[in-house]
Design a protein around this ligand. Structure first.
Ligand SMILES: NC(=O)c1ccc[n+]([C@@H]2O[C@H](COP(=O)([O-])OP(=O)(O)OC[C@H]3O[C@@H](n4cnc5c(N)ncnc54)[C@H](O)[C@@H]3O)[C@@H](O)[C@H]2O)c1
Length: 266
């Protein structure tokens, strides 16, 4: 029998995802993970671990978990990987930027991991992509209107979205463009694009619906190996309506798979 591995973990970002991730690690929910500290932009008052700056974290951690947003990822990812520290990412939409994505693929020796986050079915989609790929892949994401408003939208569109009474299609385009236009809300489209290994083949529809108490993602794909349809309906996080409540638990699951302290579904 192999001996149990221990992994020294740092968490970047202490918000709707970071807080439950930290709590999950410190309460022993991830076999083999030991929390070394939290990298936060603002001072931490009542966190169950010390605050570290990035340099300190790179000295004492085997793996960092990004729960801070695309900007933080762009700022830190390459440095982390070049220091030989593994990185588990939630803000995977940032990889829609081809140059950034190439840079990270070339960086190392740290390994880059992406959590499945708010969506499921990625394992099957990824298996199908290896088997021959897809003719058509779409993801339709429906959220509460307020969480879809973006700084680039003109006033008329913002008004229309905020006052909508029924479902309104706000956007349709490629997963790459969607991830950049809705950086905090469209990681699901990015996850599908990464799973099928083709950012341009995935069409993303974004729908605002005032009745959408649950955030939904409908993923449809057809290809040489089969036809798939997944419908996911997630409760939004109580702390951030843009984030689904399940995401921190997906991060904890990813962490456990990386550490590999025990077997199980992968
Ligand atoms: N993969 C998925 O399914 C999925 C789903 C939801 C969100 N996300 C990603 O996760 C990110 C975080 O989501 P959240 O709901 O926890 O957001 P949040 O706003 O609740 O928390 C983010 C935290 O990160 C901190 N932060 C920001 N920049 C930082 C930096 N440079 N260094 C250290 N800390 C920094 C902020 O101060 C804040 O405390 C989102 O921006 C999004 O990109 C991914």
């Amino acid at each position: 029998m192999k001996s149990a591995r221990t992994c020294r973990v740092g968490v970047i970002g202490y918000g709707a995802i970071g807080v439950p991730v930290v709590a999950g690690i410190t309460t022993g929910r991830v076999t083999g993970a030991v929390l070394e500290g939290i990298i936060s932009r603002s001072p931490l008052r009542s966190a169950p671990a010390k605050q570290l700056d990035l340099t300190e974290a790179l000295e004492c951690c085997d793996l960092l978990v990004e729960c801070a947003g695309q900007e933080a990822l762009v700022e830190h990812a390459e440095v982390v990987l070049r220091a030989g520290v593994d990185l588990l990412v939630t803000s995977i939409g940032a990889l829609a930027d081809r140059e950034f994505s190439k840079q990270l693929n070339a960086a190392g020796p740290g390994r880059l991991f992406l959590t499945s986050g708010a969506v499921g079915g990625l394992d099957l989609l990824s298996s199908g992509a290896r088997a021959g790929g897809y003719d058509r892949v779409t993801i339709t994401t429906t959220k509460l209107p307020g969480s879809l408003v973006q700084p680039w939208m003109n006033e008329a569109l913002v008004e229309e979205i905020r006052n909508v009474r029924g479902p309104l299609d706000v956007y349709e385009g490629s997963a790459a463009e969607a991830a950049l236009l809705f950086p905090k809300s469209l990681n699901a489209g990015a996850a599908v694009a990464i799973a099928v290994n083709n950012w341009d083949a995935v069409t993303v529809r974004v729908r605002a619906d005032p009745a959408a108490e649950l955030t939904s993602h409908v993923i449809e794909a057809s290809g040489t190996i089969g036809e798939y349809r997944f419908e996911i309906r997630n409760k939004p996080s109580e702390d951030n309506p843009r984030t689904s409540g399940v995401v921190p638990f997906a991060v904890l699951r990813s962490l456990e798979s990386i550490i590999g302290g025990r077997g199980g579904l992968i």
